[in-house]
Structure formats: C-alpha cells, structure tokens
Design a protein around this ligand. Structure first.
Ligand code: SF4
Ligand code: SF4
Length: 474
C-alpha cells in the first residue's frame, strides 16, 4: 500500500498508487476547473503532488497547455534566472557485470572494447578537461566489483581533485556509480563528492526486471532504495533521473515525483537534481527497447511539468539531445547542461571523434566544443556558469533547500556565475567567445540584485581575476 514514508520501494513507489494517479489524470485531462486550481497552487512556487502534476501532464486543452508552458518559463526565470551551469561526464571504466538491455556496456556485449583507466590515464583525461575549462565533473563507471571496486572510485576522486594544471582545477566531482551500501556512500561523502547520481532507469517494476535480466542491478528494491542509503551515509545532495522511453512516460513521471516526495518527507530534502535522458541507439541494443520512445513535444511537456512540480530541483540535460532540442528545453526548466562531452573511456585526452568512440555509452547529438556551447548560450541570452560554490561553502541538503526556498540563492548564483565565466573567458575562450562574454558580464553587473557588499566584492573579484587571481566564490 502507498506509504510515502515507508523504507520499502514497493510502498513509496506503490504500483497501485501510480496507476490510480494515471487514471485520475486521464479522467481530468479536460477538467478546466481542476486544472485552473492546480495552476493557481503551482503559481505559489511550492510545487505540486504527483497527482496534480500528472493532471497537468495529461491536459489536452490548448490554452491551458500554453499556461503550463508559460508558468514553467516563469518559475525557471524566478528561481534560476538566466544562468546555466556547465559540467562534463568522465567515464572511468566500461567494465560492467549487469545485463541492462538498453546499454552497450552490458556484460554480454562482446564487440565493445573494455577499458578501465589507470590513475595516470585519469590524470591525462582531467588535464584535457581542465584545458577545455571544465570545473565540474560527473564520474561514470559500470558496476563491476572486481574491476571497479569502491577503492578504485575513491582513488580516482582523489586523483581528480589533486590535479592543478595551469589555472585549471576540478572543484566538484559528482559521482554516478551503481547502487551500493551505506558504508560505501559514507566513504564517497568523506571523499568530498558533490552529488551522488543514480538513475532509476524505469520505476515500472515489471519492465525494470525485464530490462535488467542479470547482475546485481536486477534487484529493483535495492536499486530504488539506494537514495535512502545514500542519505543515511551522509550524502544529502542526490541526483535522480529516469531513462525516458523504457516504459510509458506517464508512469515514469508520476513515480519520479513520488520518489522525490519520499526523500523530502523522510529526510527533509528532495533531490538536488533530476536528469531527463531519453533512450538513444547504441551498439548491441535490442531495437524493441525503443517501443516507448517519446517525441520532442511530449518531452518538452514533461520538462515543463517537472519544473512546475519541483521548482527547487535543478534539471539536467546532456549532449544526447540536439542543439535545437536543448535550446527549447533550456527556457522550460533546464538549469544544467553538459558541453563538449565524450561518452567513451579516455575520450578527452585522445580527442576521440564520433568514429573513434568505440567505447562510447551512447551517441552524442550535440558535438560542439565547450567554447562553442558557451558562446551559443551567451548569444541566446544565458549566463554560462562554472560555479561549484555551494557544497564547498557547506550549502548542501536541507541548508541548500532552505536558501532556495527563501529565494536567496540568487544572491550567490548570479555573482558566482559571472566570476567563473570570467575565469573561463580569460583562460580558455576563443577571441569571439571572449568578446561576447566581456560584453555580457558588463551588462549583467548592472542587473545584479545581490546585496551591496556582494556587488562590490563581485566587481573587485572580476578585477583580481584580470590580475591573475582565481577561485573566488560566495
Ligand atoms: Fe552497466 Fe550502467 Fe550500462 Fe547497466 S547502464 S550495463 S549498469 S554501465
Ligand atoms: Fe549552484 Fe550554488 Fe553555484 Fe548557485 S551558488 S550555481 S546553486 S553551486
């Protein structure tokens, strides 16, 4: 039975509750009165329940859908302004014992070369990432207790944080590794990770078990309860996500929000981020896996409705999506994107291009360089940010959410974005990007709404960056 506070996945993602929510949404998709009531509640910016959000997702009334999109844009603007945080994935190893049928790293795939980076290779990879201008990484590795034990991940984190090349530094390492024990989560916390990321893939238990036929990941409960163990291990920033296309999107949407409500209710803090990957073609993937694929319009509606339902949770989109698609989703709610990504092991140092990426996890649609992505964002009116300040300033978990809810986060995000963008412009940008960026910083300084003291310090820090100093933050 549905119980938001239960420690058991089958209760907090109760299948009956998901199905009833879907029925409720379908029954009310043309109910103007109810939709108006939900929109009124959403305008207060305190989020929605999964049932309410499901009604908006199903809504078929064109004028109301326009209101939904407009509200998503407004919430995005109110909470995140025009800033977009940049990150890059770093693939450590593609050894994996699991059998996920939608991923080319599955254990039975014999045509993909297996590779695990040594600490020396990681060092080269990190230098290549630093030379692009990245400050924030998401570590990725397959599940393999022999090849990729927790000690390997911890050593790699230590290596990454230790490398200071020219003005480069990786200041935040987020970690996306398989579900593990409370003890291992504690070790990750002690290693100084930012967010622990784990995608649910699908919340539909029957589909989940079918799509994960072998390996430890087959255990639905152990996987779904991983965020609870991460929280118990002291990690209070967790990143969730589903792989849209594995089951019906309505099911995933409601269940994802139920999961977020569970974390908020039990631990006082919901997910730090939600990622919205869509399934993509890759080596040795069963084409039947794509039967639930979603089109761009549905995808945009999902992003808008998540933005409205959980305003304080950052939303992430990767280079799986095209430039055009990313552009549309940015204004609807996305606050973080990857740029210049390689989804293969060793892809950065070796500068793999598409045909070289024989160890890649999935096809990348957006193959522009980081510099090109930065310039594109600025030309669209966004402020690219390499900020990693919050967790380094102890603003994590509940403390972070409190600052978000009181809308004070702007006071930090905006100046931090300008300072870190300035570093990028001075150290890594092309002439064209630098020119666009300098003009942008000047005009953004005029709109800075932070307290006077922060404004003055921002101007001072920008000056100091021109004189060679680095790593200022609020
Ligand atoms: Fe392994 Fe992750 Fe790929 Fe599954 S999705 S096969 S766990 S790397
Ligand atoms: Fe993210 Fe905090 Fe930086 Fe804002 S100040 S961009 S919330 S790390």
């Amino acid at each position: 039975m549905y119980d938001v506070n239960s420690p058991h996945a089958d209760d907090f993602i109760d299948n009956g509750e998901v199905l009833e929510s879907l029925k409720f949404a379908n029954d009310n998709k043309n109910n103007v009165e109810l939709i108006d009531k939900i929109l009124e509640k959403a305008k207060k910016g305190n989020g929605l329940s999964h049932r309410e959000a499901a009604v908006l997702l199903d809504c078929e009334i064109p004028e109301k859908n326009e209101e939904i999109f407009a509200l998503a844009k407004k919430i995005k603007q109110d909470y995140y302004g025009n800033r977009i945080v940049l990150f890059a994935p770093l693939y450590l190893s593609n050894y994996c014992v699991n059998g996920c049928v939608y991923c080319p790293y599955h254990a039975k795939n014999k045509h993909i070369p297996r590779k695990k980076m040594t600490q020396d290779e990681i060092k080269k990879e990190v230098i290549a990432l630093q030379d692009m201008g990245h400050k924030r990484l998401a570590l990725e590795t397959g599940e393999d207790p022999v090849n990729n034990p927790i000690e390997y991940v911890l050593d790699s984190i230590k290596t990454i944080y230790s490398i200071k090349h020219k003005n480069g530094a990786i200041r935040r390492v987020n970690v996306n590794i398989a579900a593990t024990t409370v003890e291992n989560y504690r070790k990750l916390k002690d290693a100084g990770i930012g967010t622990y990321i784990l995608f649910q893939e699908t919340y539909d238990k029957q589909r989940y078990e079918k799509l994960h036929p072998t390996g430890p990941k087959h255990n639905y409960a152990y996987h779904t309860e991983a965020m609870d163990r991460a929280m118990q291990g002291g990690i209070d920033d967790v990143g969730m996500g589903v792989l849209f296309g594995l089951s019906t999107y309505r099911y995933e949407f409601s269940a994802l929000l139920m999961h977020a409500q569970h974390l908020e209710s039990v631990y006082g803090v919901g997910p730090h981020t939600i990622s919205v990957p869509r399934i993509r073609k890759a080596d040795d993937i069963d084409p039947n896996t794509f039967e639930n694929g979603i089109d761009d319009d549905t995808f945009a509606k999902i992003v808008a409705c998540i933005r409205i339902a959980v305003p304080y949770t950052g939303m992430i989109i990767s280079t799986r999506e095209s430039k055009k698609c990313r552009e549309r989703l940015l204004e609807l709610g996305i606050s973080q994107i990857s740029g210049g990504s390689k989804t293969s092991v060793g892809g950065y140092a070796n500068n793999f291009n598409e045909s070289d990426e024989d160890t890649s996890q999935f096809d990348v649609e957006d193959r522009r360089s980081l510099d090109e992505v930065i310039c594109w964002l600025m030309e669209l009116g966004y402020v690219p940010s390499f900020c990693t300040a919050c967790y380094r300033q102890g603003r994590t978990g509940e403390r972070f959410m409190d600052i978000c809810k009181s809308k004070q986060i702007h006071n930090f995000c905006h100046p931090n974005a300008l300072i870190t963008l300035k570093e990028f412009l001075n150290d890594y940008a092309s002439e064209k990007t630098k020119k666009v960026g300098e003009t942008l910083i000047k005009s953004e300084l005029l709109t800075l709404e932070s307290p006077k003291e922060i404004k003055e310090k921002t101007a001072l820090y920008l000056e100091k960056i021109d004189n060679g100093a680095r790593d200022f933050r609020f």
